[in-house]
Design a protein around this ligand. Sequence first.
Ligand SMILES: CC(C)=CCC/C(C)=C/CC/C(C)=C/CC/C(C)=C/[C@@H]1[C@@H](COP(=O)(O)OP(=O)(O)O)[C@]1(C)CC/C=C(\C)CC/C=C(\C)CCC=C(C)C
Length: 438
Amino acid sequence: MSVALLWVVTPHFEASTGTGFLVSVRKGNRLFDSSRIFSRDRNVPCKVRVMKRGKQKLSVSSLNAELDSSCIGASGLERGSKFSVLSSLVVTPADNLFMTSKQKVYDVVLKQAALLQRQLGTKEDIEVKPDFVLPGPLGLLDEAYERCREVCAEYAKTFYLGTLLMTPERRKAIWAIYVWCRRTDELVDGPNASHITPTALDRWETRLEDIFIVRPFDMLDAALSDTVSRFPIDIQPFRDMIEGMRMDLRKSRYKNFDELYLYCYYVAGTVGLMSVPVMGIAPESRATTESVYNAALALGIANQLTNILRDVGEDARRGRIYLPQDELAQSGLSEEDIFAGKVTEKWRHFMKKQIIRARKFFDEAENGVTELSSASRWPVWASLLLYRQILDEIEANDYNNFTRRAYVSKSKKILALPAAYFKSVIPPTRLPSPLVKA
Ligand SMILES: CC(C)=CCC/C(C)=C/CC/C(C)=C/CC/C(C)=C/[C@@H]1[C@@H](COP(=O)(O)OP(=O)(O)O)[C@]1(C)CC/C=C(\C)CC/C=C(\C)CCC=C(C)C
């Protein structure tokens, strides 16, 4: 597996051509030469050395190698960047001040659904653009997607197997989105997290904007540039995920569920919104686009809540408590109880309520999976069933999520696959349902 290692001398850059990074990529009627990847300011050159590594297992640090240079800067020092942060959900007009997080996020869902409908006309139009014709022995874009595939296969084995069930165009797009999400998450959760500052995240956001105007920084970004030009994907969920990382930098406590919900939207609900335009809605579905987006959002929230409940002990050891403070207090629990990590009756009672809530989000998501295009349903069902089982495992561990990590065994994972398959062959509902247009 070859991984490009990039050293960036300044935040502006132009790739050197030393190592055969030299295939032109056709983008609609435009051609861009990926060996010469330009910064926003085309007059400011910056050297990027591209070095191929021999076949080796990808590691967290190899993924980060590329991130370090572009986000932290070669020295890891702040550079007083002039990059601006563009607005996303966080820009709240005065009359939004009293809205709950759910209402604010629902506004995003409505906007995303409207954008998708506007871009596609009708759902029957969902068709990806044809493949680019690439010169060279192995198209640069093919190589870019191949790297995304490798990262995905390495980091998310079960999920990767699920993507193999999708159509080739869709699976490539999901890999590219996955890699971008993973890298974004690594910024605050990876080995270099201590070097990450809000300015570094601003740079990452500038780099995201470049992806959307097809000026990718590296190969993995090039795959996403291609994906977002083929599918009707909007930038906002991506921006919002970066906002979630900012939140992670500045916040380690959540007053109530409203605050936590917003965090879960940023870091995981956004993944659902990014994925729907790729997964596609079944042409025969009678569900509204916004209801499908809402279900996708619910699956992201459910996954993240599950993740938080599974990792209570691990997070506490990093000084983080994602659980709503007011609900902890209502159950007679304090921060000290979390740090002490003792499973008490109060804790069990608190956890039972949290699990009920997470399951409700999974239930909400279920209705939407059936409305997805047929080839996308199996992997989504599989991921839903597998992630939901983590909640069962927490129960099976008698709610000891302080010192025991709930995980789904291989045999249970294998059993979930046929179950997911049978669910996925159920066609979209033709009967009136809460998801169906009036
Ligand atoms: C088929 C499918 C599931 C597609 C989504 C693929 C995709 C782009 C995944 C990106 C995941 C990612 C790396 C997110 C970064 C932030 C993060 C780490 C979120 C947590 C994921 C778990 O990751 P982690 O590797 O840390 O987990 P483990 O420790 O290994 O357990 C999250 C908990 C959130 C992930 C959220 C989703 C996968 C959203 C799923 C929603 C959809 C795919 C929409 C489906 C559509 C409908 C209508 C229901």
